[in-house]
Design a protein around this ligand. Sequence first.
Ligand code: ADP
Ligand code: ADP
Length: 224
Amino acid sequence: DPIISVAQLNKTYDSGTIALDSVDLDIKAGEILALLGPNGAGKTTLISMICGLLSHTSGHVKVGGYDVVADYRKARTLIGLVPQEVMLEPFETVDSTVRFSRGLFGYPPDAGFVETVLRQLSLWDKRDTQIKELSGGMKRRVLIAKALSHHPKVLFLDEPTAGVDVELRKDMWNVVADLKAQGVTILLTTHYIEEAEAIADRVAVIAKGQILLVEDKDALMKRM
Ligand code: ADP
Ligand code: ADP
């Protein structure tokens, strides 16, 4: 069974904009799926709806078998979200940022688990550093560590490398590859074909709210 299943999903904003038009998408446990499309295609809308953060007009979304609307609380514990915008408290330390996020999910403090996450993201040496002292790349790592703080099964990354330099982009790609190796299922959005090529197992191309194709990365790249 797919770990994420989206069926006949539609979203029309109050403004009348049709942001998603009959979207079907299944994601298998352990895979990396890149949602590739230009600005305005509907990527952020889709990711927000899969996380249960935005209501849909019609259709169904299930994560780990739970309907994200009817069983929001259960679905949410399975999901980690790395939003597009970096929102971190500048005076908090790396360690307190990740612990606080874990607490929001109602999990007891678990120093061992926080350590594991910080080590995974090469942040352990920076654990007592304040966010404001970190480079852009380290801040992006903290955002990912926050999203992993409650041990989610699936991780959503919304445009993880938009507006970052080439160095940092490669760094993020390596982080994503490491997470996959640890068994995390990943859905990321991007408008860079190079990014989809570098890290995805499968690519879903979206434009004007419609999924145009879903294909194995290798097969897709052969045709381009
Ligand atoms: P992407 O993430 O691919 O850039 P979005 O999901 O942000 O695309 O947007 C899809 C479409 O929905 C665009 O036409 C956008 O202008 C519109 N849209 C996004 N958010 C809203 C909103 N809150 N209200 C009205 N229209 C919106
Ligand atoms: P902030 O916007 O200040 O970062 P939030 O309360 O929005 O804090 O989110 C706290 C943490 O929970 C963040 O790490 C965010 O990635 C994660 N998160 C927020 N909403 C969801 C959700 N629906 N499912 C899973 N993780 C979420």
